[in-house]
Design a protein around this ligand. Structure first.
Ligand SMILES: *[C@@H]1O[C@H](CO)[C@@H](O)[C@H](O)[C@H]1NC(C)=O
Ligand SMILES: *[C@@H]1O[C@H](CO)[C@@H](O)[C@H](O)[C@H]1NC(C)=O
Length: 286
């Protein structure tokens, strides 16, 4: 059945039905059910936040059946003219030098049989700010380097993709940050970090690495590698980390308690939700 829902006319009928069910039944019901604070996933959440969470899960479940969310093709970006201020804010990041592939990196690269490739990155400016792509930092400027989630297998760093809302939210609410750099990833996230330090000129202390879900796992791994290998030729570790629903430990905890990703699944926006939605889609819609 889900296969058929990817094609017209069933796809259109299904989406129309879901739209009406959301507007006429689900959303009003979610609002009513969220009126008692004790019925919300977290008592301190607003009703709007509860409904947003449910709507997000609902849309992801529908997307699973119909494939309505189109992820940009991350290998399809063409190189841009960096001298032109009107060029798109996408660029290719040069592959990491082979000299830097040592220690664990060399072991993992050999195990996966991969070598460095050029990877696209994107600059997103604060609304109304016209910083030219790759412009050197202003005095004291902090920058966020964002690693998107998607279970290591889905979504993209493209600002139009769903994780882009995180970057836009951070730009809107964090006064000290004027621009965010996000990149696709494959072999390691280190070459984009080197780009921010060596090409653009940010002091590592002024870099905030931000990641959601699988992106947070990579943020941790990147930082840990930089901390543990101070003489590897890589820049110093970042000044700060922002980890949203981090994919850190999905296994059994040593203490024998249920893992936090199961305990917090009912109120988790991103991480566990993507996994649970695959297991519990029919149950989790309401
Ligand atoms: C993505 O773009 C590349 C390069 O243009 C192309 O070879 C590839 O087939 C595209 N992949 C998809 C899934 O469209
Ligand atoms: C990242 O995820 C993998 C796979 O679940 C896990 O083995 C690893 O420990 C995680 N890394 C970090 C830094 O949490």
């Amino acid at each position: 059945m889900p296969r058929l829902l990817r094609h017209q006319p069933l796809k259109g009928l299904y989406l129309t039905f879901q739209l009406f069910s959301a507007v006429l039944v689900r959303i009003p019901l979610w609002i009513v059910l969220a009126i008692p604070a004790s019925w919300r996933p977290r008592a301190q959440w607003s009703i709007k936040r509860v409904v947003t969470l449910k709507l997000l899960r609902f849309i992801l479940a529908i997307d699973k059946n119909t494939g309505i969310i189109k992820t940009p093709n991350h290998t399809a970006i063409t190189p841009v003219d960096q001298a032109d201020p009107h060029s798109p804010t996408a660029l290719w990041i040069t592959p990491i030098s082979d000299k830097l592939i040592r220690d664990e990196l060399a072991i993992w690269a050999a195990a996966a049989a991969i070598s460095p490739v050029q990877i696209p990155g994107y600059w997103l400016n604060k609304k109304g700010s016209h910083i030219v792509m790759s412009a050197p930092p202003m005095p004291g400027e902090k920058v966020i380097y964002s690693l998107h989630g998607g279970g290591f297998c889905a979504l993209s760093a493209h600002p139009s993709d769903p994780p882009g809302v995180i970057a836009r939210g951070l730009l809107q609410h964090v006064d000290s940050v004027q621009r965010i750099f996000s990149s696709e990833y494959r072999l390691t996230s280190t070459d984009r970090y080197i780009y921010l330090v060596k090409t653009v000129g940010f002091d590592p202390q002024d870099i905030i690495v931000e990641g959601d879900s699988a992106g947070a796992n990579l943020s941790l791994a990147l930082t840990r590698y930089l901390v543990e290998h101070p003489n590897s030729g890589f820049p110093a570790p970042p000044g700060a980390l922002i980890l949203l629903s981090p994919w850190a430990n999905l296994g059994k905890p040593i203490s024998g308690d249920r893992p936090s990703w199961i305990n917090n699944a009912y109120c988790d926006y991103i991480g566990s939700m993507l996994i649970l939605i695959n297991i519990l889609t029919p149950l989790r819609l309401m």
